[in-house]
Every structure is written in C-alpha cells, then in structure tokens.
Design a binder for this molecule. Sequence first.
Ligand code: BG6
Length: 799
Amino acid sequence: MCPRHAGAWNVLTAAVCMALLGCLQAREPQGHVSVILLGATGDLARKYLWQGLFQLYLEEAGKGHSFRFHGTALTSTEQGQEVIAKVLESLSCPRDTAPGRCAELGAQFRQLSEYRRLKTPEDYLALSKDIEARVQHEGLREAGRIFYFSVPPFAYAEIARSINSSCRPGPGAWLRVVLEKPFGRDHRSAQQLATELGSFFQEEEMYRVDHYLGKQVVAQILPFRDQNRKALDGLWNRHHVERVEIIMKETVDAAGRTSFYEEYGVIGDVLQNHLTEILMLVAMELPLNLSSSEAVLGHKLQAFRALRGLQRGSAVVGQYQAYRGQVRRELQKPDSFHSLTPTFAGVLVHIDNLRWEGVPFILMSGKALDERVGYVRILFKDQAYCAQSEKRWVPAQSHCLPQQIIFYIGHGELGGPAVLVSRNLFRPSLPSVSWKEVEGQPGLRLFGRPLSDYYAYSPVREQDAYSILISRIFHRRKDSFITMENLLASWVFWTPLLDSLAHEVPRLYPGGAENGHLLDFEFSGSHLSFSQPPLEQLVLGPDSTPMPSDFQVLRARYRDSPLISAWPEELIARLAGDIEAAAVQAVRRFGKFHLALSGGSSPVALFQQLATGHYGFPWAHTHLWLVDERCVPLWDPESNFQGLQAHLLQHVRVPYYNVHPMPVHRHQRLCAEEDQGAQAYAEEISTLVTNSSFDLVLLGMGTDGHTASLFPQSPVGLDGKQLVVLTTSPSSPHRRMSLSLPVINRAHKVAVLVMGRMKREIAMLVSRVGREPRKWPISGVLPDSGQLVWYMDYDAFLG
Ligand code: BG6
C-alpha cells in the first residue's frame, strides 16, 4: 500500500472498530435506571407523564438498559395503587404496533411499575435502599435515577432536600431531577427558587421543562433552519422579514385554576416561557453544530441579551368578563374585589442586533378567545412588482403573492402540527423519515391563501410533547430544557413589564366569538395599542345601576381645582391633547413653549402618546425642561432624562439646544454642592424662560405626598428664592435635584397626573388636608396666577 493511502486505511479501520464497539456496547447491559414520578396520581401525570414513560420504555427497552418506574405521591398506598392501576391499563402503543405485541409490552411495563407513598425523609431513604437492594440482587449496575417533580412549586424545596440527603444514587451513577414551571413569578422569586434548588442539586442535574420545547413543530424550528440554510441564509434577517407572529390562542378559560392564574396571569403562564422560548428559536444565531447543547444554549443567551427592554406601551392587556366572578367564587373574595390579572396579552418585542433591528415580533396569547391554535408566522416583505395582471400569476412563481413560513404548532383549521412554506419562496427540505407532505384539503385556506399555495409537511407520527421531552431527559439533551441562566434572562426581560402593568386595568372582553375586533391591536414604533375603543363600562358594585354619566370622562373638582378622571387610556389621551393645545397656543402667541416634565412611571404612557399620536405638536418651538432628576449619570436607566429620551425625545424632532437636562453630573461628580449644578440650572431658566414662568409644568404625586423631588418632613425648596434645589429622597437614589415649589407655582399651568390604585389612599388624604407642604409637599402646589388641573385615573380617584 502506498504511504499516501496508509493514513486513510488507518482512519477507516478505526471507524469500523468504533462502529463495531458501538454495536457490542449496545448489546451489553447499560445499567439500571430508576424513574421516580413524584405526584404520580395528579392531573399531569395521569394525562401525559405515564404515557411518556411507557413510550420511553418502548423505545429503550431492548437497548441494554433495565428500568423500574416508581409512581409516588402523598396519597395512601391503597388509594395510590388504585389510581395508578387505572392509568396503566389505559396506556397506548404507537399505531404501527401489533395488538399482541402491545399487550405484551403493556404487561411488562405494569410489572416494572409500582406505587409507593413518599412523604418523610425516611420514605426517601427506604426507596433508595430498595433500589440498591434490587440492583444488587439482580446483579445489575446502577446507571442513574430520574426524579420527575409533578408537584406544585411550594413542595420543591422539601422534596429536593430529601432527595439530596437520602436518595442520591451512589458514585458512578447519575441523578436527573425534572422540574415543571412555574419557576417563580418574577426575577426575584425565580432567583430565590434557583438559589434554593442550587443548594441541593448541580445545574447539570436539573431539567426544567417547558413542554412547548417538546412540541414537534417547535422542536423542528432549529433543525429546519439548519437543513435549509442555503435558502434561508439570505432571507432570515431585517432586510427580508416584515414581521414575526408568535401566537397561542385558547378557547378555554381559567375556571378551576384561578388561584394559580391570579398569581401568574397570561404573561407569567405563557408568554414568559412558551412564547419566549419560541422567540429565541426563531431569533437566535444558528450554531454551526446543532447537536452541541452548549452551543445552542450559548446562542440563545446571546439572543436574550439583544432583546430591547419592554415598556408599559409595549403591551396591551385584557381580561375576559367572567374571570372576575370566577375569582370571587373560587377564592372566596367579596363582591367588591376586582382582579387586575390579564387573561389576554399582546406584546411587541424588538431585537436590537444587526439581524433583527426594526423587525416587529408580536407575541400574543389569551384565554376565552374565538379559537384554539398555536403558530409562528414569519411574513416576508413584499419587495416585488409584478408586471402581469393578477389573473396570470402562478402561485409557485409569482413574487407578488404573500411569502411566508409558518410553524403551525397545532389545532386550528389544520387540526395538527405542520410546517408550511409558501411555494413562491423555496421548496424546503425536511427529514423524510419523520415528515411527510400534507394531503390536500380542498377549500382550506390558511393565512389568506389556499393550502395548495404552500409546501406543507406534517409529522409521520404525531407524538406528544411530554413523550419527546422524557426521551430527551433520558438522552441528556439539555438544549431542550431551560437552564438557570436562560430562566433568569427571561425574567429579567419580563419583570419590568409586569411591574409596569401591576396597576393597569385590563380591557374587558366578552369571550369567544363575541370578542369581535375588541382585542385587535396595532403598533407604531415601539408602541402597541388596541385598534378600537374599549367597551364603555365602569367597575360597578353588584347592586349599582350604571348611569349615563358613568361612561364619560368625569369632570369634577379636587382641592378646589378642576379634576379630570377617566380610565388610564382616555386620561392620557386627554392630558396629551391638553398639553398639545397649550403648546399650540403658546407658540402662536410667544413663538415658543416651555414645558417642564416629571420622571417616574406615570408619565411614560403620556410621553409615548405624545410621541406617536400628536403630529400637530410644535416640537421645533418647544423647550423641554426637567421637573426633577436623580443624581445618577444621564445615561443611567434610573435617570428621568433617560426615560424622557427613550419614550419621547428619540421619536420627535426637538432641536437639541431646546432640550435642558438637569446638570446632575458635572466634573465627573454627582450633585456635589460645590459644582453648583442647581444654580446653573436656575440661571438657564432665568435666561430662557420669561419671568421664570414655565408654560406648563407636569407633576406627579407620591404615595407619601411628595411632588417633584420635594419630600415630606424637609423644608428644602418649599419657599425662598431658589428656583432649583438639591434634596434628599427617602428612597434610593437618595440625592435629587428639583424645581422648587415657588418656581412651580409661577407656571402658567400645572398639571398633576395621578394614576393607579396605589395612589388611592394618598389621593383621599390630600383631598381633605389644607395647605401643609411640610407634611405633604403636593398640598403646596397652587399656582400664583396660573391654573392647576388634576388628572386622576379611576383607580386613584375611585379606588
Ligand atoms: C400551560 C399553561 O403551560 O400550557 C396553560 O399553564 C395552557 O394555561 C397550556 O393552557 C397550553 O398547553 P397546550 O399544550 O394545550 O397548548
């Protein structure tokens, strides 16, 4: 043999040897695996998990491993055995299994399955001893133990402690614990849970389930992108993708689950997990090697980092009308109880990286909607002009017909999972062993086009998500599970939105087909809003009869000044309209408009409204000032100026020399007295604002009665000649800069915006007190000759 071929020969020999070794190993005993299903008599276990374990047994038995399945719960042995026996009788084999063979396998599986009560640490120890004794008795080697937690999260810590202390397998054998969501309610609680579980298990040992990752079509997204790289490489980006829709609609409501639902709402229940995971699969960069779990997880985290932060205006929320009554009944709440939990949410997500900059990703889910369906739809831009008349367009060739890729997760018109690609895009490649072309269904139209317009593929054998995931746990495919970093990244993304929605009144919808267009929404820039006005309805007690006046913006008086009260949406629209009117008037009379704005969360919706809906606003002649500022750098997310920049300035054209941030960061220091920032701002005001009288000052009211950064129990800024002062806040960041009360009261107009139920108490209190700025600085707001108007939403005003 010539030397050039010798190397190749060696490689070939090695490969044959490896393959042979593999075959030999497959025949050799691989060790004993114990699966312990905790919560084995519960709903999830009965519906999916036992079937998934049976499936695992069917796939793996005969490949060298031996198994034993321990169903456990707190139920007594007799009761538990009875439930389990019923479930085991109902298990099914794949369609292509001969009935005799199925009966035989079923009997084997029942033989290997048992029920036992698992409650105390001693019970766990006894289980461990039994496993060891069996392994020894049968001359086996223990391969590992899988503990599947199908129990509520409050039970996790106790169980984890018992497993860790009394039921770990011996050296050389692995431990895998499988956990079901919810993993926390926000970033803090998720972190707490993670730390707690981390004290018992290594990250490597934990498998956090998101069952959507086991849905066949979802599990196919990355392989599809990989196998169609050639066609997709040029298309999968902002130049070609018009938008992405990630949708999970349900017809069921939350009846029977309201105690869970009240804690999580639709965002915690579905968007934070299922829809976010799908978003990542679509958006992440594709690793070169999909079989590397590490590479997949690494790329996913990178995509998380590129997500643009969500704001209040990134979402619309709704609640089906019957929900409130269900909560009152199931949780024994009084008739006056109003839940603010959203059962519907639409969210607009942007990804700030080169691939996706500017592409809207719409996430939407809800209960009590008109249909049950889940899909991911990637709609491509229509960049063609077709010279021929439409009647001559050929679906497979015309680029003027819609071009889309749809990962159809299930249900809906199609009735099952499928991958659809418009014929005018490309013919996709899918593994033919597991995917087949969908047979034509005459008359069926999907996303505006007949089914025949798509290359459509469905799984050869439909499989349940849990069966797929259980198999992946067994094969240690960690990329189908949620790692701790992944989980926390998702909560970091969702928590600010959840916080900002905490006091938001969701739009009520009747449920089902009657929803009509009530939940349709549209976006403009980063802002999402319902397309139609809400059903006009006030929250009324059981006996109150609605009056016509209940349905209007309420006009009344508060502290002897005009009060405008409405639902938040209307209130903000009204305030924005009033500010615009004041601006137009001031510019007409004096050529400019001096507007001083507060920071905090309430004005965010106002800024967004001004940024998106007020084309007549004379921005070119408007000067923007800050009412107060935190002593942090201007680019810090806590800076009021940063909020103004993010929600308003970057969307409108204000000349930069008309923007006046407070100088809290001078000479690389924050609010140092000797840097004279307050004096500098005061001088700027005196120089540019006639008589130091702003045209309009927008204020808020804190729950302690503070306004601007003038706080109770501190005389600073309440009187005297200073226009701008440095103050101290009871909450962090403590150092602040603020307009003083005298300069506020010199304004032509002062608007005080008060929103949310949290403000109810202080609003009541302040309505009764006199002018006592030392106790409640807001009570000192009374313009010398200008006008004061209060804008309060119903939550703050009526509670
Ligand atoms: C669960 C949610 O995770 O997913 C439920 O808690 C939801 O509220 C369910 O109904 C939907 O799952 P599937 O598989 O029926 O689409």
